[in-house]
Design a protein around this ligand. Structure first.
Ligand code: AMP
Length: 308
């Protein structure tokens, strides 16, 4: 069985959307990635850090989904990373109101011994130096290393980000971030520039408008499933990344053809994530629901056309 190591924030989130508001709930990039990846038959574990204020039940919730949390350090006299965000009526637009790094500010990650032979590595959104420190602790290079990041790290830690981006196979970022990172408005040109920074595969997430996968000259597009109701988009990008890497780890096939299926798997899981606040929907998801929606995806994208 593949071993997938996930690095990223495990957090408290406070979210406001046009449909409601939450106080501090379970969130964080690594949380969403691992919940999505837990839908596959793989062995996954998280490297992260939380404070003494983080409820033990939240860790147990992840353990119940077969996610190894032994790499989540608990700093008893510290506070957990906290993020507050507010969505506009157009749910594609959100404002970050608060980012409190807290225990993440000087986190030194430690990969547990039993994950040092991980064959898939997902560097979720967090400080690029932490992402780099994790790469350096894995003696044999994993089969596939993917990285997710966001504008916060581009604004604050550009040089460190460029160093780690140079070392990964796949980068997943959203359209706005791809434009910021490359200085190009056209996503095709942006992907080309990002290839030149290191990653062979560039995945650009476009929220409700789907996702693009680029591999030096080749491109693939997957739509997002048109949903009647979107409640809270928080974590959709991370859920996509978790579904993508989870599929790759489960199938052991790192070809471009299989990566297209991974993009569909990620889009499929992300479509569930947005239906409820926070992690709620991902915690109550059945295999049957996942398969049914994959059928819908297939129908949505299949067509016959006669070509001369
Ligand atoms: P997404 O909606 O997929 O972009 O991810 C939302 C998650 O990212 C939330 O659960 C936050 O806790 C987490 N998050 C927000 N800002 C940051 C940041 N600067 N670094 C890492 N994780 C973050």
């Amino acid at each position: 069985m593949s071993k997938l190591l996930i690095v990223g924030t495990v957090a408290f989130d406070a979210i406001e959307t046009p449909f409601g508001k939450t106080d501090k709930i379970l969130g964080g990039a690594a949380t969403y990635i691992s919940l999505a990846a837990s839908q596959f038959n793989i062995n996954s574990g998280i490297v992260s850090v939380v404070g003494g204020d983080f409820p033990k039940e939240f860790l147990q919730t992840l353990n119940k989904k077969r996610i190894d949390t032994s790499g989540i350090e608990i700093i008893e006299d510290g506070k957990t990373f906290f993020w507050r965000g507010k969505y506009h009526n157009d749910l594609n637009v959100r404002d970050t109101l608060t980012t409190e790094l807290n225990v993440l500010a000087d986190f030194q990650p430690k990969v547990p011994d039993h994950f040092q032979d991980a064959d898939f590595l997902m560097l979720g959104n967090l400080h690029p130096s932490v992402q780099m420190a994790v790469i350096q602790q894995i003696p044999k290079r994993p089969k596939l290393v993917a990285l997710d990041t966001m504008n916060f790290w581009m604004d604050n830690t550009w040089n460190e980000l460029m160093e780690v981006v140079a070392k990964v196979d796949v980068i997943t970022i959203n359209d706005e971030e791809a434009r910021q990172m490359s200085g190009e408005y056209s996503l095709v040109k942006a992907a080309k520039k990002i290839h030149n920074m290191g990653p062979q595969y560039v995945v650009i997430k476009k929220g409700e408008h789907g996702a693009l996968l680029f591999n030096n000259g080749e491109a693939f597009f997957a739509p997002a499933l048109p949903l009647e109701e979107v409640f809270d988009p928080t974590g959709a990008g991370d859920t996509f990344a978790g579904g993508f890497i989870g599929h790759m780890a489960n199938t052991h096939d790192i070809s471009f053809e299989n990566m297209k299926r991974a993009v569909i798997a990620g889009s499929n899981l992300a479509s569930f994530c947005v239906e409820k606040f926070g992690t709620e929907r991902m915690l109550n998801l059945t295999e049957e629901e996942i398969q049914n929606r994959l059928h819908q995806f297939k129908q949505l994208t299949q067509f016959d056309i006669e070509l001369s």
